[in-house]
Structures are given as structure tokens and as C-alpha cells.
Design a protein around this ligand. Structure first.
Ligand code: PMP
Length: 285
């Protein structure tokens, strides 16, 4: 099905949605993006996603030629124009076309692109039975090299980790940070449950400040579960009762095996299931 793609203020059929080969988004991964979901036509935490997009842009000195309100409207309109009730939106801003040199000051025209489509990241079977993952040898970007707080178009760090995971037969892979602590997976944040306490790495572990992560922390606390944002090691993962991942595309998905070790009973646990239900209710509320 042909989608209507938003490019710089206009909607065009996807076959006509084109940008320059001189765009630094393509040449250097120089740009920022967001992934959002719409549930029953309502975009989950739209303002929060757009705020993160603008923060990412600010961090790379990229000025977005729209206000945050206008961007919210453009995202909502993209979902409507494509007749999507339950959908996934990719919003991105590139540095624009420049020269073949790195200099971002030679790029005068940032490109704002919004793609509204559907997504099915994992088969239902994996939500029911859980994922098997490995720890990859690829460390998450050192925050002083390229902060994982910036959701930039440069995802090579994560892609290299994903390649290693896929070669080992795993669809997701756990990335440690430069200190060897648990950071996040290639496209998701990670949570553990141990003795009924929910733990997840803190933002300064060098992770993306996931919006699903934040929602799940809020839901758990509202349900009376203790939540700790603390640094975690691989050992903590291996001895956890439960493990799950969160992300806009993935939502909440159980992990039942890490580095060939069953987590807890080796089946999705009760806290994971409860938070999954609460998340679905919240997303559709
Ligand atoms: N970490 C990384 C590296 C990601 O790409 C994503 C997906 N955007 C997440 C975590 C989860 O973030 P969110 O819940 O905001 O989608």
C-alpha cells in the first residue's frame, strides 16, 4: 500500500518521496529521529516524543524549522492522512543537502520527513513465550563519544550489536556500557525483577531515555511495586526472576533466556505479564 509521506510541509505519495543524495543524513547519519505509535488513532505520549526529538536536535546543533506544536500536528496529520488507527510513525530530521565534506554549516536545508505505517516487530509467539538474547561484545557508545541520550540517525553501534545477535540466532542483543554494566538492548530498554523489586539501569548508564521505560516505571510504582534505577551487571541478569524489554515498537516483551541461561523459570513471569496488561490499557486509555 502506498503511503502519503510528509516532506517539508507537503504530503507526497511514497514513490515520490525523495531526498538528495548529498543529504548529510545519508552521507554521515547526521540527523535525529523518533519512533511513535498510535493506538486507536491516538498517538502515545506524542508531546514527550517530540520533546525528545527537539532535545536530540539541540544536542547536535540542528535547528528544526518547525515549532514543537507544528511537529505534533504534522505527526497527527500523517496518521490521519494514511487512515491508520493502530500505526507506527517515524519522524526524522536530517541535516539536509550539503557538500561532500563533513561541515554541517554547508547544509542549509534540514529535511523534515514523517512516515506513518504499521509495524510488527516480533511475532506474537515471542510475546507469549519470550525472547532469547545474548550479550554482545559491542559496547554501547561511550557517552562522551556519542551520547546514547541522542536519538540520532547514526545507529551503527546498535546495528553491529544486532548483527552479532542475529549471527548467534537471537533477534535482540544486550549491550553493556563502557564500564561493563548493563545498558540496553539494540532497540529497547531492559528491566529485571528480583524478589518482587523492579530494576533497570539509570539514564547515566548511557542509555536512551525510553518513553516506554518511563511509562512502565510509572505503572509499576502506581501498582505498589518498588522500582530501582540502579547499575546492573550481567550477573544480576543471570540471577533475575524475570527480565523484559520495553520500546515503542516492541512495547513490553519478556526475555526468557540470556547467554543460554534460563531466566527464572524460563517462562514469562507474573510481573512482566501484569505490566504488559497495564501498558496495553494505558496505551489505549
Ligand atoms: N533504546 C534504544 C537504543 C532504542 O532505539 C529505543 C527505541 N526508540 C529504546 C531504547 C526504547 O525507547 P522508547 O520506549 O522511547 O521507544
Amino acid at each position: 500500500m502506498s503511503r502519503q509521506i510528509y516532506i517539508n510541509g507537503a504530503f507526497v505519495p511514497q514513490e515520490e518521496a525523495k531526498i538528495s543524495v548529498f543529504d548529510h543524513g545519508l552521507l554521515y547519519g547526521d540527523g535525529v529521529f523518533e519512533g511513535l505509535r498510535s493506538y486507536g488513532g491516538k498517538i502515545f505520549r506524542l508531546e514527550q516524543h517530540i520533546r525528545r526529538l527537539y532535545e536530540s536536535a539541540r544536542a547536535i546543533c540542528l535547528e528544526i524549522p518547525l515549532s514543537q506544536n507544528q511537529m505534533c500536528q504534522a505527526v497527527s496529520e500523517s496518521v490521519k492522512k494514511n487512515g491508520l488507527s493502530d500505526g507506527y510513525v517515524r519522524a526524522l530530521v536530517t541535516r539536509g543537502a550539503g557538500t561532500l565534506g563533513l561541515d554541517p554549516n554547508r547544509c542549509s536545508n534540514p529535511q523534515v520527513i514523517i512516515i506513518a505505517d504499521t509495524i510488527a516487530l516480533y511475532p506474537q509467539e515471542l510475546y507469549d513465550n519470550g525472547l532469547e538474547i545474548i550479550t554482545t561484545s559491542i559496547s554501547r557508545n561511550h557517552p562522551s563519544a556519542l551520547s546514547p541520550r541522542i536519538k540520532s540517525l547514526n545507529y551503527l553501534n546498535n546495528i553491529l550489536a544486532k548483527i552479532e545477535g542475529l549471527k548467534a540466532g537471537c533477534i535482540e542483543a544486550l549491550m553493556l556500557n563502557h564500564k561493563g554494566e548493563v545498558a540496553e538492548c539494540t532497540g529497547d530498554n531492559i528491566f529485571l525483577v528480583r524478589d518482587e523489586v523492579l530494576t533497570t539501569p539509570p539514564l547515566d548508564a548511557g542509555i536512551l531515555a525510553g518513553i516506554t521505560r518511563e511509562a512502565v516505571i510509572e505503572l509499576a510504582r502506581a501498582a505498589g511495586t518498588e522500582v530501582q534505577e540502579i547499575s546492573l551487571t550481567k550477573h544480576d541478569v543471570y540471577v533475575a526472576d524475570e527480565c523484559f524489554l520495553t520500546g515503542t515498537a516492541a512495547e513490553v516483551i519478556p526475555v526468557v533466556k540470556v547467554d543460554d541461561r534460563p531466566i527464572g523459570t524460563g517462562k514469562p513471569g507474573p510481573v512482566t505479564k501484569d505490566l504488559t496488561d497495564r501498558f496495553h490499557k494505558l496505551a489505549r486509555s
